[in-house]
Ligand binder design. Structure first.
Ligand SMILES: [Zn+2]
Length: 197
């Protein structure tokens, strides 16, 4: 009995993470009741994010231009490079206002069980960008869980022989935890008290 267009909207919303059938229905009714311009703005925002947002060619964070704001900002210290798993982790570190260097986003961690090897991550690109760069220190800010530690170890073995200082966020972050959800104070302290590997 429900009109097809409404069914279709509910079906699409229900595909979003954490959104069950009931929530999808509630959201769909909300959109239906909202002023027409809201629906237009929402659909435009969804289209634009797919059309305009892509990965920075240097650090692989998200941007709507060729180089992201972090890579373009000349005030950021290019001697210090922070390696993170995801863009969400980058944003978490950025919220601490503790780090003033540049970033490199791996887009995942090594996970043999899930078939993720070094070639699935942006590791080759990391090594490439280190060629004739001014980077002196690499901060490995992968998550403090088994895969994050294994990835940090793998990168340490690659990076130390190049003669770079390689550091890791200090303990204090809950083991098995996720950077993205750590509180700002804990994360800022983990960053400032980072240890050499
Ligand atoms: Zn960038």
């Amino acid at each position: 009995m429900t009109p097809d267009p409404l069914n279709r909207l509910v079906a699409q919303l229900a595909k979003l993470p954490g959104i069950g059938e009931k929530t999808a229905q509630r959201l769909a009714f909300h959109i239906l009741r909202a002023p027409g311009e809201y629906a237009v703005d929402l659909s435009l925002a969804i289209r634009e994010v797919k059309e305009k947002v892509h990965l920075c060619v240097r650090c692989f964070c998200l941007t709507d231009s060729e180089l992201c704001g972090f890579c373009r900002d000349s005030r950021r210290d290019e001697r210090s490079l922070c390696v993170v798993e995801t863009y969400s982790d980058l944003m978490a570190l950025e919220r601490t206002r503790e780090f003033k260097g540049r970033y490199h986003v791996l887009h995942g961690v090594l996970s043999p069980l899930e078939g993720v090897g070094p070639e699935q991550l942006r590791i080759k690109e990391l090594l490439e960008r280190l060629n004739d760069s001014r980077v002196e220190e690499i901060i490995l800010a992968t998550n403090p869980d088994i895969e994050g530690e294994a990835t940090a170890l793998y990168l340490t073995r690659l990076l130390k022989p190049i003669g770079l200082r390689v550091t890791r966020l200090a303990q204090g972050l809950p083991m098995g935890g996720d950077l993205e959800f750590a509180d700002q104070a804990t994360l800022a302290k983990a960053l400032s008290a980072r240890r050499d590997l």
